[in-house]
Design a protein around this ligand. Structure first.
Ligand SMILES: [Zn+2]
Length: 70
């Protein structure tokens, strides 16, 4: 299921939402304050770099805050 995590620029909270169509992201609003000033974050699963990937962990937006190890 295409569940994405979003970050609200207004209240600073994160929330997850099921997005069935890519274009529907533009119509989403914050679940906490109903603001449309939100950013889609890279999901926890997709931000794990593949083995041997040149991209270091934490280099991707939305990953650094949740990686407590290095
Ligand atoms: Zn909000």
């Amino acid at each position: 299921m295409p569940i994405y995590e979003f970050h609200c620029e207004d209240c600073g909270k994160n929330f997850e939402s099921l997005v069935l169509i890519a274009s529907a992201v533009n119509d989403l609003t914050c679940k906490h304050c109903n603001s449309s000033n939100i950013k889609k974050m890279i999901s926890a699963t997709s931000c794990q770099p593949a083995k041997g990937s040149p991209i270091p962990a934490g280099a991707l937006s939305g990953c650094s805050s949740r990686s407590g190890f290095s």
